[in-house]
Design a protein around this ligand. Sequence first.
Ligand SMILES: [Zn+2]
Length: 461
Amino acid sequence: MSDSYILITGATVISMDISNGETLNCDILIENETIKAVGRDLSLPSDGKVVTIDAKNCIVTPGFVNGHHHMWQHLLRGLTVDWSLFGYSCHLRSVYGSLYTPDDVYFANYAAALSLLNNGITTVLDHCHVINSPAHADMAVKGLKDAAIRGTFCYGFYQNPIVPGDLASTAMDPFDQAARVDDARRVRQEHFSSNDAGSALLTFGVALNEPPMQPKEKNIEELVIARKLGARLATQFSDAKLMGPDIVFSHGAWMTDSELAAVRSSRAGIVSTPDTELQMGMGTPIAWKAADLGCRTCLGLDITSNHGNDFMAQMRLALQTQRAREHDQTVQRDVRRKAADVLRMATLGGAEVMQMESLIGSIVPGKKADLVIFRCDDIDTVPVVDPVGTVVFHAAPGNIDTVIVDGKIVKQNGQLVGVDWHSLHDQIVSRSQRLRDQAGQVDMGESESIFHSLFEKAMEE
Ligand SMILES: [Zn+2]
């Protein structure tokens, strides 16, 4: 097979590479799935298939990396905008999650991945806690693979109640924890034979049950299992002695300095999800404090039934919240946190948290070609005085003209490529309506008070 090339010409390139910074009027040559060269006046290859993209008036960044997301919730967008963590845990997780069929999971994951790609997010860690049967797991993986997003699918050990809203009904579910472990092993073998991020777009990880909702010994036991299964990443863990670079902590706002020191020395990662943390009472995002202490840190979107997938908005929220916090502490002559700092968290920082920094996160020859091209010649982006500032503060998802993943164009001229939107639209709307109708029939009166006392107890610990 002959090689294929993409030549991007005349762009402003924000490489996120410390030695290169940002370069005006720059070309990028992609060979198959890899960035081959970055520089001025690159010549076209003499053979092979070549696509040329004129990127005059455009800014190119690395693809964004979203370190924590629940793709399955995409069918429920807008449902949780005024909810607290209690409402989310009780209703979304324990009612809606139970109602999902395997096909619901497929369409949710497929649509969520396309939405992320549309927003320039080329890599995601999917924390999938809707695996109600082996078929659910298969369809979750298929949705991500069909959308061709890069990332790690984290098989959730969480057990939704078999009767929606009735936590006690988990005891009647034959798909119990032991069956889940067996199934996770099957999924790892069937869908992720190599589980090598260098050669496969999607890799396998495990989403452990959340530490406050289960005893510490169980949490440790689950991590040992995840490692035996060959999980590339494991999320949600709380014991310093067993930490390692394969662990990704979501949120972590209450971590102490000594816990963060253990995160740093083990090269584990921290993901802040500003929108949900600020809304739902999960504490002030810890990313900046963790980064100051030398931890690998990044951003995530988390609950997609809540806010949109606009990563620039998430960057601004993370940045401005921290600036506000620091202004409250002392009078500052200048703002300490820069737009470039948060752009780094959204790209190379995410790659580091997901242990993929040798593959993605910056625009340098040899890395995978995951790129976002922002067209910056409209009323909202002109003039471009500071390219990093334009991306973080002015660009909207509508400015994202082209997205490339693994050397393939997945969005072009502002449109996703190869997507039958009309039929997908109908699937999303009808499935969302059915889930909401079914959830509306669940009487949560007694269950809600049982859940509330359990939740309060867990939060105290
Ligand atoms: Zn989450």
